[in-house]
Design a protein around this ligand. Structure first.
Ligand SMILES: Nc1ncnc2c1ncn2[C@@H]1O[C@H](COP(=O)(O)OP(=O)(O)OP(=O)(O)O)[C@@H](O)[C@H]1O
Length: 693
């Protein structure tokens, strides 16, 4: 059977030479969506960025400054913390400013003074000054590599070596150099190529006990539609976004090839680039008319300590905004681009305000596809670099617009710089689950292949041995054929039994894994040393949070419904008052808005159904957890009891069992509060292990 599409990348010292020479490249490239050898966490359908990460729409960021070690979240019910977590990154978003050197007119004075070493840019007219992590000189000899090393490589390193997610996006006016910085050229490769180099350097240099699997997606948001850049013809229609417990958000049905080599990855990126919408505009002959997001997902299995880590690097090249546009189509695109960039600005403003004032306002991530996709990153699941590209031309005549756009970009950058983040590393998990999923996949394929062979044998009487003339008379051919069919059927029966067994065991492990991967439940489970009261209080807290998130969803839906109503009213008002004089442009915009709201509303309705399912899942988890807790307590109390009994026998005192029984009564009272009935005793297979004969 072919496992080529899921063959992990090893360091060059082991499998690397074969794989990196393109051994698996072609197959993976043509595959639309290869199955992932990991537990499908979507069953849980939990929106993590709103629940368990520091990213609730109400309190997405910490208020602590970079040096603070004691980050806390805003107004949402806090996560009870009993388990030590990996060291988070607490600090601000990295913001770098890069001027387009060709926007400088040497014969005129620039309205901007740049002090690169101090990371400062000042407007010489009103002396408004901005400070950032980097402000690069408008120097055409400054290479992308240098800019990458000074602003971006740190995030890529943390993505590669420490299990952080990283998000890098280029923001700025059209023609200011976003695509130039992200894609670069052959002579001067951009951030994407440089990050790909770093990824494969890491794979090459890693020890032989590490296996890497790389997957990628490449999409564009064009006119508020998500389009798969790797399969645009098939999936021209708008792809849907869903919450995902592992990656924050997930695009349904997007092509996610598993990468076999660096060359293959670069080829796929180039393929995506050619599919991206670009057109000539007033400021740029090849202007990007869409926002593009390239995601590289890295899964690393450490064979020596049997752990699996995943992290995602997102590289976004945003479309530039523009006002002066001549064609209707460009105007329509511009209206969508401006809307999503406005939504991004609003989100950045609110996050910045929340950081500065502890004012936990609603963050409207759902106002655009762009902000919805960036939601996990902006709400604390990712380190972020924003590269703002600017024009620093003369303040005179035609360049006046550049100055005001540069001002806008710098204000956006300054607000982004204000946002304080508390970013968690992705946790490593034991990879037994991935292995068993792989076995299940292999078994399924074998069974399928053998079934096909049986069908062929029965229908056509085809036997490979016959075709090669290696068998004798027709009687013996029939006998051999029947024997082969019988053998295959017997083998398949056995394989089916194995498959069933394995699936049962994996399901058991899956339930455990879901509980283990659930941060909040981990907190509740704690180290196993908390008292019953603490554990039940934690459960109560967990329940509160679920309800809180449900309420928040409902209020957002109300908000959207109101917006749909008011825009519908506006439209009918305009129609009634005979405002046919309304320009074609405005009507286009209104239609877009209404359609968008209706789509949003539909999505929200679907999501509410999902959330209700999610609540059921959480109920189920709480019940499982309570069972586990009871079981653990029973085991503990049995041990204690036998020790206590021995002590009581020797000292003539009351044994501890009586106290444990009091505790069980108390717990049942709390459970009744949650409307969870006390559970009967359960059969639990302790530490189910996969055994494959
Ligand atoms: N730092 C730079 N050094 C050299 N050339 C640059 C630089 N920045 C931009 N350019 C040149 O300026 C032009 C416009 O750049 P680019 O296409 O990257 O802009 P953009 O911001 O992506 O625009 P849009 O939003 O319209 O897609 C290109 O010809 C590019 O080569």
């Amino acid at each position: 059977m072919s496992m080529s599409q899921r063959t992990p990348l090893r360091s060059r010292s082991s499998l690397g030479n074969f794989l990196l020479s393109g051994g698996t490249g072609t197959a993976a490239q043509s595959s639309p969506v290869p199955p992932k050898p990991r537990i499908n966490m979507t069953d849980l359908r939990r929106p993590p960025s709103r629940t368990l990460r520091p990213g609730s729409p109400k309190a997405p960021v910490t208020r602590s400054r970079p040096s603070s070690a004691m980050a806390h979240f805003g107004s949402r019910p806090s996560t009870p913390s009993a388990v030590a977590r990996p060291e988070p990154y607490t600090g601000s978003i990295t913001v770098s400013i890069r001027p387009n050197p060709y926007s400088v007119n040497p014969s005129q004075n620039s309205p901007w003074e740049i002090q690169s070493p101090a990371g400062k840019i000042t407007n010489t007219t009103d002396m408004a000054s901005f400070s950032f992590d980097n402000v690069f000189a408008p120097d055409s000899s400054l290479s992308n590599r240098e800019v990458y090393q000074r602003s971006c490589s740190n995030i890529v390193d943390k993505f590669l070596h420490e299990g952080f997610n990283g998000t890098i996006f280029a923001y700025g006016m059209t023609g200011s150099g976003k695509t130039f910085s992200m894609r670069g050229s052959e002579q001067d490769p951009g951030f994407i190529s440089l990050a790909v180099d770093a990824i494969f350097e890491k794979i090459d240099s890693d020890s032989i006990d590490k296996e890497h699997t790389i997957q990628m997606t490449y999409l564009e948001i064009y006119n508020e539609k998500i389009i798969d850049l790797l399969q645009p013809s098939i999936t021209q229609s708008d792809l849907k976004i869903r919450d995902d417990p592992v990656f924050g958000t997930r695009i349904m049905g997007i092509t996610t090839p598993t990468i076999g080599s660096k060359q293959q990855l670069l080829q796929l990126i180039s393929k995506g680039d050619t599919n991206r919408k670009t057109s000539a505009t007033d400021f740029n002959t090849r202007s990007s008319r869409s926002h593009s997001i390239l995601q590289i997902k890295l899964n690393t299995i450490n064979l020596s300590n049997k752990t699996e880590t995943h992290s995602t690097l997102s590289l976004c090249d945003l479309a530039g905004s523009e006002r002066a546009v001549s064609s209707l189509e460009r105007r329509k695109e511009g209206s969508f681009i401006n809307k999503s960039l406005l939504a991004l600005s609003t989100v950045i403003n609110k996050l910045s305000m929340a950081s500065n004032t502890n004012n936990a306002d609603h963050i409207p991530y759902r106002d655009s596809k762009l902000t919805r996709l960036l939601q996990p990153a902006l709400s604390g699941s990712s380190l972020i670099l924003i590269l703002c590209t600017i024009h620093i031309g003369s303040p005179l005549s035609s360049n006046q617009q550049f100055t005001s756009e540069t001002y806008n970009t710098l204000r956006f950058a300054a607000r982004a710089k204000d946002i304080m983040m508390n970013v968690q590393q992705n946790k490593s998990s034991k990879f037994g689950d991935a292995e068993s999923m792989k076995l299940i996949e292999e078994l399924k394929k074998t069974i399928e292949n053998q079934n096909n062979e049986i069908v062929m044998l029965k229908m056509n009487g085809y036997l490979p041995e016959v075709a090669t003339g290696s068998v004798g008379s027709s009687d013996s051919i029939v006998a051999q054929k029947n024997l082969k069919i019988a053998q295959l059927e017997a083998e398949n029966k056995l394989l089916n039994e194995k498959l069933e067994h394995l699936t049962r065991l994996t399901d058991l492990q899956k339930t455990e894994t879901i509980i283990l991967k659930n941060d909040t439940l981990n907190d509740i489970l704690g180290s196993g040393t908390e008292s019953l009261q603490i554990m039940m209080a934690n459960l109560e807290e967990f329940y509160k949070r679920v309800n809180y998130e449900m309420d928040e969803q409902k209020s957002y839906i109300n908000h959207l419904e109101n917006r749909v109503k008011s825009s519908q009213q506006q439209v009918s008002l305009m129609q009634n008052s005979g405002s046919q004089m309304q320009s074609q442009r405005d009507r286009d915009d209104d239609e877009i808005t209404n359609k968008q709201y209706e789509e949003l509303l539909k999505e929200q309705e679907e999501e509410i159904i999902q959330l209700k399912e999610l609540l059921k899942d959480k109920d189920h988890l709480i019940k499982s957890l309570t069972k586990t807790t009871k079981l653990r307590r029973l085991v503990d109390s049995n041990i204690m009891n036998s020790q206590d009994q021995m002590l009581a026998d020797s000292e003539g005192k009351k044994p501890v069992l009586a106290a444990v029984s009091d505790a069980v009564d108390k717990e049942n009272n709390v459970l009744r509060l949650f409307k969870i009935g006390p559970r009967p005793s359960i059969e639990v297979e302790v530490e189910p292990r996969i055994k494959f004969m």
